[in-house]
Design a protein around this ligand. Structure first.
Ligand code: GLV
Ligand code: GLV
Length: 340
């Protein structure tokens, strides 16, 4: 066998293990399984250090925090391939400085995440989850009146972050006859024109939208972008939906906003603390819909993500460009070379 590749979970789609098994590679795998993104299922630090010192590649998930001190241990590592679009769990700058390729899975999960975002919006507006809870609790008769919701069609969607996911969501909203406004760090005139949507400053998006949708990629600058001050800009009748990353929204401020009625409700797929404890304050509100980070969680999408994850890694080890390189600057730090 050849050089080793570390896989931080044993419960990823089997194509990952199957493709690696075709190559002269020794697979080292952490057998612990658990909720897909959970930090508890991540290997202990000693294991990471040993693997980063000895292996040429690593396949990781969102539940694995890959910081600078670990990256500094990487003597042979050439590539970190994450089974996610998000790269906020990896110190990409440190990796680049050390000549380590960081690859990820954008594009293949875009439509699935946009589907979920639309689903959360409708669940919230039409109290779908609450209705289901009421039927199961036998409360439907006395609480009928509670089930009045809000229109989706003809309202305004405000998108925070017009990346691929934001644009896919805008397309869905337009099909629902919604007006779409967005804020993004870079303005995208071509998408505005193609989809019939309008750019606004962040404050105006928050102020005008009936549904504020967070789809911005997370980075240190986006931490608590949606803070108390910005939540206060939202209409009392407006809903917040976050399918991006938990720490983009200040959870404490959101709980305060919900408790004091500054906004009408929220639907969240991502949290500052994952998995979210079942006794968390957010679980106390009837006007909140919670799902456990399932944006990309369809059989079809996860299969494609796995294909991209393993192809990214194999390409780098063969000295070829990966499908999606998160740190293209690395090409000039340490050029590609065939390791297999
Ligand atoms: C999911 O959150 C991902 O980054 O793939
Ligand atoms: C990702 O988060 C995007 O905006 O495409």
């Amino acid at each position: 066998v050849g050089p080793c590749v570390f896989i931080s979970r044993s419960n990823l789609p089997s194509i990952i293990y199957a493709e690696l098994n075709k190559l002269p590679i020794e697979i080292r795998m952490w057998k612990e399984t658990g909720p897909m993104w959970s930090k508890q299922a991540s290997p202990p630090r000693e294991v990471w250090v040993e693997m980063f010192r000895n292996c040429v590649g690593a396949i990781v998930t969102l539940g694995d925090t890959i910081g600078r001190s670990l990256i500094n241990e990487a003597s042979k590592l050439f590539v970190i391939s994450t089974y996610s679009v998000g790269i906020d769990h990896i110190d990409v700058k440190a990796a680049t400085e050390r000549g380590i390729y960081v690859t990820h899975t954008p594009e293949v999960l875009v439509e699935a995440v946009a589907d979920l975002a639309m689903g959360l919006l409708i669940a919230l507006a039409r109290k779908i989850v609450l209705g289901d809870r009421m039927i199961r609790a036998g409360e439907i008769h006395d609480k009928w009146g509670w089930l009045l919701g809000n229109d989706v069609h003809g309202t305004t969607m405000g998108i925070i972050g017009l990346g691929n996911i934001g644009a896919a969501l805008a397309r869905r909203a337009r099909a629902f006859n919604m007006k779409v406004i967005y804020w993004s760090r870079t303005r995208k005139p071509q998408i505005e024109f193609a989809l019939g949507i309008e750019y606004r400053p962040l404050e105006s998006v928050l102020n005008e939208a009936d549904y504020v949708m967070v789809t911005i990629a997370a980075s240190p600058e986006t931490r608590h972008l949606i803070n108390e001050e910005r939540l206060r800009l939202m209409k009392k009748s407006a809903y917040l939906v976050n399918v991006a990353r938990g720490d983009i929204v200040d959870t404490k401020a959101l709980v305060k906003a919900l408790r004091e009625g500054w906004i009408a409700g929220a639907a969240l797929d991502v949290f500052e603390e994952e998995p979210l404890p079942s006794n968390h304050e957010l679980t106390k509100f009837d006007n909140v819909v919670l799902v456990p980070h399932i944006g990309s969680a369809t059989y079809e999408t996860r299969e494609r993500m796995a294909e991209v994850t393993v192809r990214n890694l194999i390409n780098v080890l063969m000295g070829k460009r990966p499908l999606y390189l998160a740190n293209p600057e690395v090409l000039s730090v340490r050029p590609l070379q065939a390791l297999l």
